[in-house]
Write a protein that binds this ligand. Structure first.
Ligand code: SF4
Ligand code: SF4
Length: 330
């Protein structure tokens, strides 16, 4: 028998807080399709993101309601019943929790350990669920979005896990049939291997909604179009885009041919210049993992297997990082 929606009179609203590359948009699409096409609910889904680049902020919104409840908005979900945070680094941004209802649920992806202090900003009555989505995804050879969808269904039985899994399977059966079994493993593990944390939030009532105001308007912008704090891609940190894997360089096997550099989309390989026998030489020194999004193209291109795929364990990237701009960012 179908479980009823928690609220008959309004929409049940979900917001995915994510980073490009972690699959939040696909997860929202699968969930809404399952609800509308297979559970007889009314629903809508859309995402907002800037440049379609791994590492940029992505928000995905899902509204679900009774079949007869008309949808009269396509605005972003500002007062969610559930927030799913795809990467623990996003917990540092208060906007990730904005608008969470006093009795809402926060699901976040992190390894076991003490709850981050930022979670004290959650409502006192909110349910907080942690799942090691990345660890499960690596084990299941899948992706965090399949795990987090499983956790969401495990936490809310009215989102029928069997039906959402059917939709997930259909989504992948055509284009990536090889991923169906691994996604199912990840989804099922996500639905059961999560923990509910007690007494985390301290705030009273619903959290305030965050409206994005432009920093400058016609009254406040500096005269002459001056930009006093220019941005620079050197400050970017793409570490969050990696989904559990990174390339490791074995300098003993490297012949410094530069093929990895040709395919690396983020130019994170660090070279030293020199001269040998009157000839200009360049030597690959390592990888600046600050800019590495874990696409692993460098491994595919390497003719000597000097680049190898490795699971990213805590602190590994920091230990092996060779800074690209040592004077600027150490
Ligand atoms: S492709 Fe392989 S051998 Fe060539 S520079 Fe890169 S790591 Fe070294
Ligand atoms: S995995 Fe390799 S190719 Fe991809 S961003 Fe990192 S260093 Fe560059």
């Amino acid at each position: 028998m179908d479980m009823p929606l928690p609220h008959a009179e309004r929409f049940f609203e979900i917001r995915f807080e994510s980073i490009g590359g972690l699959g939040a948009h696909a997860a929202g699409q699968v969930l809404a399709s399952a609800a509308v096409l297979r559970m007889g609910l009314n629903g809508a889904h859309f995402s907002s993101y800037g440049s379609e680049k791994k590492g940029s902020l992505v928000r995905s919104f899902v509204r679900l309601g009774q079949a007869e409840l008309p949808i009269r908005t396509s605005a972003p979900v500002e007062k969610p019943d559930v927030i799913v945070v795809f990467h623990a680094a996003l917990l540092q941004n208060p906007a990730s929790f904005a608008g969470l209802r006093a009795d809402g649920t926060l699901i976040y992806n992190a390894r076991p350990g003490p709850a981050p202090q930022e979670l004290a900003a959650l409502p006192r009555g909110a349910r907080v669920i942690r799942v090691d989505a990345l660890g499960i995804a690596v084990r299941a050879k899948s992706r965090p979005n399949a795990v987090l969808l499983g956790t969401l269904c495990g936490a809310f039985p009215f989102l029928r896990a069997d039906v959402v899994l059917e939709e997930l399977t259909q989504e992948f059966a055509g284009r990536h049939p090889e991923a169906v079994a691994s996604n199912e493993r990840a989804f099922r593990a996500g639905a059961s291997e999560f923990e509910t944390l007690e007494a985390v939030g301290r705030a009273q009532g619903d959290l305030p909604v965050a409206y994005s105001e432009p920093a400058w308007g016609y009254e406040t912008q500096p005269l002459g179009g001056i930009i006093p704090a220019p941005g620079n891609t050197a400050w970017n940190d793409l570490s969050m885009s990696r989904t559990g894997w990174l390339p490791l360089l074995d300098r003993g096997k490297c012949i410094h041919c530069g093929l990895c550099d040709l395919v690396c989309p983020d130019q994170c390989l660090v070279w030293a210049d020199g001269e040998e026998g009157g000839k200009f030489e360049r030597e690959l020194m390592g990888i600046d993992y600050r800019y590495c999004k874990g696409c692993l193209r460098c491994i595919e291109s390497c003719p000597t297997a000097a680049m190898a795929k490795s699971e990213e364990t805590p602190g590994l990237a920091d230990r092996l990082r060779v800074p690209l701009f040592p004077g600027l960012i150490g």
